[in-house]
Design a protein around this ligand. Structure first.
Ligand SMILES: Cc1cc2nc3c(=O)[nH]c(=O)nc-3n(C[C@H](O)[C@H](O)[C@H](O)COP(=O)(O)OP(=O)(O)OC[C@H]3O[C@@H](n4cnc5c(N)ncnc54)[C@H](O)[C@@H]3O)c2cc1C
Ligand code: FES
Length: 498
């Protein structure tokens, strides 16, 4: 199989943005230039705020470039579950807010006159090997909630009974990101890449400290870093990091109906089409095989199972042309954590994508802009990051018991006894006295040794052979094979060892 590469970055790179050069002041400092941060910046401009967007790497190059870009209002975790734990009124409000988010994406692209391949399509939910119980419960829930749907005797592609949801859409996420960056700049905002924030102090004047020692002062800060950093335990206890896998396989042109498809299994499979007009084949994008980040090392088998599953649907599908993976952050009730951060005055957060990060980010951008502008927004209670959901407490306890169990790695032995046992291009954990070392052997045979202790909250990282990264099994921080931060909540690299 090809080396991991997101299909979206093949012919649409994210342009380089210069780092912030000096200390500055803005009305609002937005940390993170993914769809959440850029949408928040755009909406803040709507309410007259000056914005400064900072991204540790390239704006648009985070998880948004590794999505599969289904724009859905039917929840991944399903309305039957949300209504059970939060009630019917919250479920209805959530449905309306995700529908509006899809409309917003379409409107922004139109208003700012950029093309992001936005196309309205239907969404289809169908039963998997788990039987029809989940589908039956969802049918009952959407009927009771009055959400638009249709029962279909044969879902296209899946050829089994299911539910059709109109008004979904697909788009090209990187084209959308590049369009948003240009729009925010055109409207007077600053967007900088290569600028990592490492500390936030909330207050009447917030202060954001940067990796290079400089600082930004702002009246408000929006933390839109996918996984929030500086969040203490308050938010990390409410978020569970999962890795999810994707493939793009060629299928004969015009043979797969253009729609979004997903099944009821846990983890579920999700499918969409990327029509490659005029090139003789379309691409079928298939995702799934989720597991808790850092808690599996069989990436090739997972991509292999996805390909096999896709060929079960489309026997004519060819060998995968692209494969990649990324992270999603689940919450106990399946809704994002969006609003005033529980840890700092005038600090706001958009996180907890729950596999629907594109619509959560889009509605989240609008919500935090309203909160900063002092406007009433009924969604504030629906997405309140500090909410307590007793009916979802078991789910929360299960996830946190799993996190606690990961710290047992401190007392276990190493995976290998000596670096000699590590082949070129691979990594392994070695025990040295009381500590553990993450050892990577470069292709030229030389070694890169880093502390295996995650700088976030001290769990031991694990080698991800599929992506050649060190992944933390506690809260989802990821590091390159040489120890640099790829994904937070960590903000610093794995430490060097003597
Ligand atoms: C394989 C896969 C499939 C998915 N499919 C779907 C789907 O079909 N539909 C859907 O709605 N969602 C989907 N998702 C989820 C969705 O793509 C993400 O939730 C969403 O893109 C996240 O956007 P974001 O802006 O929160 O994060 P990001 O895009 O990751 O942006 C965060 C940015 O913050 C920056 N950053 C991080 N830390 C710092 C720091 N300390 N200082 C400065 N900058 C920092 C990063 O560099 C990054 O650019 C999928 C995800 C994956 C991985
Ligand atoms: S991400 Fe929290 S300890 Fe590693």
């Amino acid at each position: 199989m090809a080396e991991p590469q997101s299909v979206w970055l093949v012919d649409e790179p994210t342009p380089k943005s210069a780092p912030l050069a000096s200390d500055v002041t803005a009305d609002v400092c937005v940390i993170g230039g993914g769809i959440a941060g850029l949408t928040a910046a755009y909406r803040l401009q709507d309410v007259g705020r000056s914005v400064l967007v900072l991204d540790a790497r390239e704006p648009g190059g985070g998880e948004t470039a590794f999505t599969t870009a289904h724009l859905t209002w039917e929840l991944d975790d399903r309305f039957s579950r949300l209504a059970e734990v939060r009630g019917d009124e919250v479920a209805k409000a959530a449905a309306a807010s995700h529908r509006r988010a899809i409309d917003d994406i379409e409107r922004v692209a139109r208003a700012e006159k950029f093309d992001c391949d936005f196309v309205r399509v239907d969404g289809y939910l169908f039963p998997g090997l788990d039987g029809t119980k989940a589908l039956d419960e969802e049918r009952e829930a959407v009927r009771r909630l009055g959400l638009e749907h249709e029962e279909v005797a044969s879902v296209p592609l899946a050829r089994r009974p299911g539910l059709r949801f109109p008004g979904h859409a697909r788009f090209h996420p990187v084209k959308y990101m590049n369009g948003l960056v240009a729009a925010v700049r055109r409207r007077g905002g600053q967007v900088h890449g290569g600028t990592r924030a490492v500390k936030i102090a909330g207050g009447d004047q917030c202060r954001v400290e940067l990796e290079d020692g400089s600082a930004v002062t702002a009246k408000a800060v929006v933390v839109a870093t996918n996984a929030p950093f500086e969040a203490g335990l308050t938010l990390h206890l409410r978020l569970a990091a999962y890795t999810t896998y994707a493939l793009a396989l060629p299928v004969p042109a015009n043979t797969v109906p253009d729609a979004l498809y997903w099944d009821t299994e846990d983890p579920y499979h999700y499918v969409r089409l990327l029509p490659t007009a005029g090139r003789g084949a379309d691409l079928l994008i298939v995702g799934g095989e989720d597991h808790k980040t850092g808690q599996a090392s069989d990436q090739d088998e997972r991509w292999g199972r996805l390909a096999e599953w896709a060929r079960g649907l489309v026997p004519a599908a060819g060998e995968p042309a692209y494969r990649w993976s990324g992270q999603v952050f689940e919450t106990a009730d399946g809704l994002g954590l969006i609003g005033a951060a529980p840890w700092g005055k005038n600090v706001y957060v958009i996180t907890g994508d729950s596999g629907m990060g594109l619509t959560h980010a889009t509605l989240g951008g609008r919500l935090v802009a309203d909160l900063i502008a002092g406007r009433e927004n009924p969604l504030a209670a629906v997405y309140d990051p500090g909410r307590w959901t007793p009916a979802a407490a078991f789910e929360l306890m299960k996830e946190n018991a799993n996190v606690a169990a990961q710290y047992a790695d401190w007392v276990t032995g190493g995976e290998v006894n000596s670096p000699d046992q590590i082949p070129p291009g691979h990594g392994a954990i070695i025990r040295r006295g009381l500590t553990k070392v993450a050892v990577y052997r470069r292709e030229d045979g030389s070694l890169c040794e880093r502390s295996a202790t995650c700088p976030h909250l001290g769990a031991i990282v694990r080698w991800n052979p599929g992506e050649q990264t060190w992944d933390c099994p506690a809260h989802g921080s990821r590091f390159t094979c040489e120890g640099k931060v790829l994904h937070g909540p960590a903000v610093s690299a794995l430490e060097k060892v003597e």
